[in-house]
Design a protein around this ligand. Structure first.
Ligand code: AMP
Length: 283
């Protein structure tokens, strides 16, 4: 596995691979790797000849007072984990290289920015779309792999790829969970043992939502209320949102019909945790 930090070196590597007819898959991350990230690498290998993983904690997607400074970082360990998987290039650009003095162009995926996580994290998705577009321009992959764990991100980036006529195929990979159902996340590292136990209620609550939707007859608002009550009973009281939306455009579901995304964001201790599941309603 090669480690590349410079943007020009990364572009040169890609140019050579493409000239040799190699298909490139790309897995962007913020590092502090866990099994969720590694599952993306494994899938990437099945889809392409060469695999690039980036590790970049993107300041543009963190708001004031958020956890940019204390976001967990361990590049040495990440490099070791990636090298054990089928990763060909470990790409670690610097903040100064990606956002040099004078940088001012951003990408906005209209309509996705002020719902769900966008409502509680203003500017977050502009930061995400901007860095993903920049990384795609540098790495120039054929295939991009993202996790279902960040469903809103995956939907927004899919929209951006279509809107900007980009020749990149998006593959969204399933959420990898701990044995008790908690979605793996670098931010789980913030949790104390007691908070870690409580956090498992998020997935249990999503399953409750799924069961209520599948039973039929309920209204979205009733399911959301039952889910919020279940979270509170489990000691999760700082709920950012519990939402049932359309998987296509994230519009709030007016009725429990079609393909729905049931999504939760809540604060547990110092961590803001998100999770979701897709549910196909019976009607
Ligand atoms: P992050 O480093 O948290 O920005 O995540 C990098 C990529 O890994 C994103 O596409 C995430 O959706 C994906 N990812 C993070 N956690 C998981 C997980 N538990 N299962 C599957 N994919 C994940």
């Amino acid at each position: 596995m090669k480690t590349i930090a410079g943007i020009q070196s990364m572009k040169l590597w890609t140019r050579r691979q493409r000239a040799a007819g190699q298909k490139i898959a790309f897995v962007p991350t913020m590092g502090f790797l866990h099994e969720g990230h590694l599952s993306l690498l494994r899938r990437a290998r099945r889809e392409a000849d060469s695999v690039v993983m980036s590790v970049f904690v993107n300041p543009l997607q963190f708001g004031p007072g958020e956890d940019y400074e204390r976001y967990p970082r361990d590049t040495k360990k990440d490099r070791r984990l990636a090298s054990r998987e089928a990763c060909d290039v470990f790409f670690t650009p610097s903040v100064g290289d990606l956002y040099p003095t004078g940088f001012r162009t951003v990408v906005s995926v209209g309509g996705f920015e002020d719902v769900l996580c966008g409502a509680s994290r203003p500017g977050h998705f502009v930061g995400v779309a901007t860095v993903v577009l920049k990384l795609l321009n540098v790495v120039q992959p054929h295939v991009l792999l993202l996790g279902q764990k960040d469903a809103q991100q995956a939907i927004a980036i899919g929209r951006m790829l279509r809107d900007l006529d980009m020749d990149v195929r998006l593959i969204v990979c399933p959420t990898v969970r701990e044995p008790d159902g908690l979605a793996m996340s670098s931010r789980n590292n913030y949790l104390s043992p007691d908070e870690r136990r409580r956090a498992a209620a998020i997935y249990r609550t999503l399953l409750l939502g799924k069961r209520l939707i599948r039973e039929g007859g309920a209204r979205p608002g009733t399911v959301v209320s039952r889910m919020k009550a279940a979270l509170r009973e489990s000691g999760i009281t700082r709920i950012d949102y519990v939402s049932i939306v359309s998987v296509e455009d994230l519009a709030p579901a007016k009725a429990l019909k079609g393909n729905l995304l049931v999504a939760v964001a809540a604060r547990v201790g110092k961590a803001r945790l998100i999770d979701n599941i897709e549910v196909r309603a019976r009607t």
